[in-house]
Design a protein around this ligand. Structure first.
Ligand code: IDP
Ligand code: MG
Length: 139
């Protein structure tokens, strides 16, 4: 399994608020290279499958409806210790608890509408990358 890649989405809130460029810039400045990238939109079935681990949580329906509310940017990012370092770069799930300088501190509006996704393990990064990108879309 690769340990130098992670998967991210710029979520519908950040896309709608015009933050795609600023967030990609922050990602590049932090030393990640982009190995795959697309503007796309999740269907309800896509969002339910992607977040299946949360399907018993009280916020699940809100999460699926938010994640399907508009386009997202999906990307594969590469760097040493990609999963860990990207979680540090995005900050806590709740932007009120996110550290200064993190993407969520700057661009998230609430714990639900929190601007970006980042994989939480190498295993999930591989699953999430395969969910969104075919082999020929990855460089
Ligand atoms: P993460 O995105 O930081 O890994 P998770 O706990 O995996 O956070 O939750 C997945 C997503 O579900 C969050 O990014 C957020 O959009 C949403 N979410 C998590 N907790 C809550 C909550 O308490 N209320 C509303 N939405 C939540
Ligand atoms: Mg998570």
């Amino acid at each position: 399994m690769k340990t130098n890649q992670t998967f991210t989405m710029i979520k519908p809130d950040a896309v709608a608020n015009g933050h795609i460029g600023a967030i990609l810039n922050k990602i590049s400045e932090a030393g990640f290279s982009i190995k795959a990238l697309k503007l796309t939109r999740l269907s309800k079935a896509d969002a339910e499958a992607f977040y299946a681990v949360h399907n018993e949580r009280p916020f699940f329906n809100d999460l699926v409806s938010f994640m399907t509310s508009g386009p997202i940017v999906a990307a594969v990012l590469e760097k040493e210790n990609a999963v860990h370092d990207f979680r540090t770069l995005i900050g806590s799930t709740n932007p009120a608890e996110a550290a200064e300088g993190t993407i969520r501190k700057h661009y998230a509006t609430s714990v639900g509408e929190n601007a970006v996704h980042g994989s939480d393990s190498d295993e999930n990064a591989a699953i999430e990358i395969a969910f969104h990108f075919s082999a020929r879309e990855q460089f």
